[in-house]
Design a protein around this ligand. Structure first.
Ligand code: GLN
Length: 196
């Protein structure tokens, strides 16, 4: 078997432990927390977790990680953003003047499935994950309002994209790490092995 793939989880704020626990259930993958720019050099891929995009974005700048992270992802480091992490990756945020990593050609609208109380469960078939519907957990989730020509939509709910991929970057508006279904983590590991 090939050497273990090291997947970093940006650990400044948000659902870090849940992603690390999901990665621990994927064969051939080692999940590690990443909270310093120097640690970016030793991962094969990175997950930007859910949480609060404004807080994570501010901590990225305060800790001098914003530019190194952007440069690594721009240079091809496979990256997957869940929820707030997707907001960090997006080129455009319809209802926020801030931009964070800003490399994925999607527009998102923060909290657009409703307010604080609008968290909900659903399920959908996701391209590449087989025919069994994937459990979807939405928590104050952003809506993807635009996908650029290079972006492939992997799943939609009520006519709106909820999972997409552009080269080595992936984004989901929901939280696979909060379920016991690790198919999306395994899919990202395969993408990372292909793109790394
Ligand atoms: N509402 C959060 C934000 O705008 C995202 C929520 C989440 O990551 N679960 O950053």
């Amino acid at each position: 078997m090939s050497a273990a793939l090291t997947i970093g989880v940006l650990s400044l704020q948000g659902g870090v432990a849940e992603h690390l626990a999901a990665l621990a259930r994927v064969d051939g993958v080692r999940g590690v927390p990443v909270s310093k720019a120097s640690e970016l050099g030793s991962v094969d891929a990175i997950i930007l977790p859910g949480g609060e995009s404004t807080a994570i974005g501010r901590l990225l700048r305060d800790f001098g990680m914003a530019d190194p992270l952007r440069e690594r992802i721009a240079a091809g480091l496979p990256a997957w953003g869940t929820c707030a992490g997707m907001i960090l990756l997006a080129k455009d945020i319809d209802n926020d003047d801030r931009r964070h990593v800003g490399l994925m050609d999607i527009s998102v609208r923060r909290n657009a499935y409703g307010g604080q109380l609008s968290s909900f469960d659903a399920s959908a078939v996701i391209d590449g994950l087989g025919e069994r519907p994937f459990p979807l957990v939405f928590i104050r989730a952003p809506v993807i309002t635009r996908t650029g020509p290079a972006v492939e939509v992997l799943a939609s709910l009520d006519g709106r994209a909820i999972a997409c991929v552009q080269g080595a970057m992936a984004a989901t508006s929901f939280h696979p790490e909060l379920t016991r279904d690790e198919r999306f983590h395994r899919w990202f590991a395969a993408l990372a092995r292909r793109e790394a």
